[in-house]
Design a protein. Structure first.
Length: 226
């Protein structure tokens, strides 16, 4: 993995006065939400079902309002970069995203092609793509699945594949929506070990989760029930 050094000069993610209202709603899902996510920290987004955890992940990643239309107010900055001004194709140079609906993100005929696709779009040379795929596959124990259709995998295997894609991209921000869903205890341990290493590499990690094991790993919590 690319090594990041934790320092005061490494950019932080600043969310300021963020409010979200869907067209069919008569009031905001949440209003004036502000927080700072520091490099080398895990932020856990918690709250009851329908409190807006997934919607916050969509807003941070640009899916709202660029793909899912809604009224989003407020600012999202990574250092001096205004993420709200960037198109999705540019935002994903800064962040890797694993949504709760894994099948929606897996569109290619084999797992190996899924792993290579984002790296090819980043313009990496073939030897670097191969190195990153190999490391990601070993990390999440996917060696026997490379030639399989992602849609034929179990929900837990699909989620591990998404984690492997995020690992291979090596972006400074990682967003995961309910990453524990469908995971066996052994796979959840793989996830926790990976997140711990990302913290040491000064990456910014934001999780929408119900899982106590993941919440205990976090450095701060944002409870949307409040």
């Amino acid at each position: 993995m690319r090594e990041f050094r934790i320092s005061s000069s490494f950019p932080k993610l600043e969310v300021s006065e963020l409010s979200l209202c869907y067209p069919e709603q008569d009031r905001a899902l949440w209003e004036k939400l502000s927080f700072v996510a520091q490099p080398g920290e895990i932020t856990a987004i918690t709250g009851a079902n329908a409190s807006g955890k997934s919607s916050l992940i969509y807003a941070l990643s640009g899916v709202i309002p660029q793909s899912i239309k809604a009224d989003l107010q407020g600012a999202i900055w990574l250092g001096e970069t205004n993420l709200r001004e960037l198109p999705l194709c540019e935002i994903y140079r800064y962040m890797s995203v694993g949504l709760s609906d894994t099948a929606m993100q897996l569109l290619l005929p084999t797992c190996e092609l899924e792993l290579a696709f984002a790296l090819e779009n980043m313009g990496l040379p073939p030897e670097k793509i191969r190195q990153r795929i190999t490391a990601a596959v070993v990390e999440f124990k996917l060696e026997g699945l490379l030639n399989q259709d992602p849609q034929s995998l179990s929900g837990g295997e699909q989620r591990l594949l998404l984690f492997a894609i995020c690992l291979a991209m090596q972006n400074p921000i990682l967003l995961l929506d309910e990453p524990e869903s469908g995971l066996s205890p052994a796979s959840l341990n793989l996830l926790c070990s990976w997140l711990t290493r990302l913290k040491a590499n000064a990456q910014i990690i934001i999780l929408a989760t119900h899982d106590e094991q993941l919440i205990q790993l976090s450095d701060q919590q944002i409870n949307l029930d409040r």
